[in-house]
Design a protein around this ligand. Structure first.
Ligand code: ATP
Length: 205
């Protein structure tokens, strides 16, 4: 046996982006963004973290937590770099991102979590709970949002702008369109479209 065993090679952590939202419903812009970040944004995976209903802020248009999670799961089938996460369903409400990231870090020591946020959220980031701590402990990827200019040279260490393509679609648009009886199938993943149709979701919004 050699006098000096080579140190066991440490495996590189799986770079995992955390993309939170209500996903009511998930639409093609959410999916294309997460897909782009895996293929071009230096992340191995992106997890879509579904925000739960805030029990103190009942929102008539916000579908049940499980239904939204199921829609995200349905959309991601067949592309293992994207995953749906229900971690926030088990955390105290309201769900602050610092808690979510801390929970994930403790549960998955083989991963490095990166917070994924839009330019709109980045410009208001100092109002987030424990903003400084998030920046100290986690890398952040910012993606562009129309109307919210970011100067990449002014970003702090650990924060980078990934120039993802812009797609102006929102869940509000989808809910309204369905409520008006329009067929907007191409704004949705086919599995999500089927899920919505089969259950008659968003008919009265
Ligand atoms: P709603 O219209 O119900 O407010 P939404 O379409 O903004 O919903 P969310 O579930 O709130 O969807 O989105 C999750 C995250 O995705 C948010 O941070 C949001 O800014 C971002 N996002 C939503 N639509 C787009 C889009 N078209 N391009 C890039 N990011 C988007």
């Amino acid at each position: 046996m050699a006098a000096h065993q080579p140190a066991l090679m440490e495996k590189a952590p799986i770079k995992t982006g955390i993309f939170g939202g209500t996903f009511n419903p998930p639409h093609i812009a959410h999916l294309a963004l997460a897909n782009y970040l895996c293929e071009y944004g230096g992340l191995d995976e992106v997890w879509l973290v579904v925000s739960p209903q805030n029990p103190f802020k009942q929102h008539v248009e916000l579908l049940d937590d499980r239904l939204r999670l199921q829609m995200v799961q349905a959309a991601l089938e067949g592309y293992p770099k994207l995953r749906a996460s229900d971690v926030e369903f088990r955390l105290p409400r309201p769900s602050y991102m610092i808690r979510t990231l801390t929970e994930l870090e403790a549960a998955c020591p083989d991963r490095e979590f990166t917070l994924v946020i839009g330019a709109d959220n980045w410009l208001a980031f100092d109002r987030w709970q424990s903003a400084d701590e998030i920046l100290r402990r986690f890398p952040v990827v910012v993606y562009p949002r129309p109307g919210y200019e970011i100067d990449p040279s002014g970003l702090p260490a650990g924060v980078r702008l990934v120039p993802t393509p812009l797609l102006e679609v929102s869940s509000t648009f989808i809910r309204r369109a369905i409520g008006e009886g329009r067929d907007v199938r191409y704004f949705l993943h086919p599995a999500v479209c089927r899920f919505i149709e089969e259950r008659g979701l968003y008919q009265n919004t």
